[in-house]
Design a protein around this ligand. Sequence first.
Ligand code: C2E
Ligand code: MG
Ligand code: MG
Ligand code: MG
Length: 290
Amino acid sequence: KAKELGRGQYFVVDDKLTEEVHERGKLQQDMRQAIERGEFRLVYHPRMCARTRKPIAAEALLRWDHPERGPIPPDQFIPIAEETGFITVLSRWVVQTAVFQLRSWMAMGLQPLPVSLNLSAADLMLQDQAQEIGALLSELEVPPSLLQVEMTESSLLSDRERVQEQLAELAGMGVELLIDDFGTGYSSLAYLHQFQVHKLKIDRSFVQRLTHAPDALLTRQIVEIGKGLGLCVVAEGVETASQADLLTAMGCDELQGFYFNKPLDLAAYQALLEEQQEAGAAPASGNAQA
Ligand code: C2E
Ligand code: MG
Ligand code: MG
Ligand code: MG
């Protein structure tokens, strides 16, 4: 009996697995056409200055509007793209779209805030990634200070020398570098200084647990480590006023999260930029470089 049950279970799992593999295969195929079909778009999630609570940058986040399945969240298709290597094609689209968008805001007479985008390990291992980004920026006359690159700790470890070379070149031209989801990977503080990183983005999980005393201590220590390394510390996933206030008191420089905004579509984000500009005030950071 037990054996039969065991076999039965085996087949159930197997069916599910087959279906899943099939599903992934379909998504992989669809993804290749999705770029030409214009199914991808970027949304913009503002990052606030902790002190002034005004937007000082935005993170570009990828969205896929699948014609049959509707919106597919990035957590569902980025991992597939990373497995197949298609991510580098997708990232090229993200970089181009973001830089073209910056160009177009400038052409409209808006003062765009810096845009950060997410690159994967495979992107950072491309030998001419930095050069390609640099060429695009200069071709469109977009100041490199308007572009920032986010990467996770694990992508720094993939092929250190190659990644380090690309990052050094990006930093050299004035593109700021952020470590994303900080605290969740294999952080070795020893290697952090080898990379010319500018900002640490503390992972949302630490922000969520802020109200529990022992976890708050951990978050505080992470902020202190970042400050100790001379880095700008950003908190992501800020959902409440008390989280925002605690993080500000701990010394976080920038805050991002649903408490301030959901990621905004192009029209809404542009409206925010216009509003900012009409408010007339100088950019919130107080250290805006032209
Ligand atoms: P991430 O880079 O850590 O981006 C932050 C994610 O947290 C975003 O989800 C954002 O919408 C969400 N988030 C921000 N604030 C809050 C909050 O207060 N509460 C909650 N519950 N969530 C918040 P999203 O857009 O679904 O992206 C998920 C992940 O997918 C990103 O995590 C990033 O790893 C990846 N991703 C998104 N766009 C791209 C891209 O263009 N390229 C690559 N390689 N990865 C991307
Ligand atoms: Mg990110
Ligand atoms: Mg993150
Ligand atoms: Mg993430």
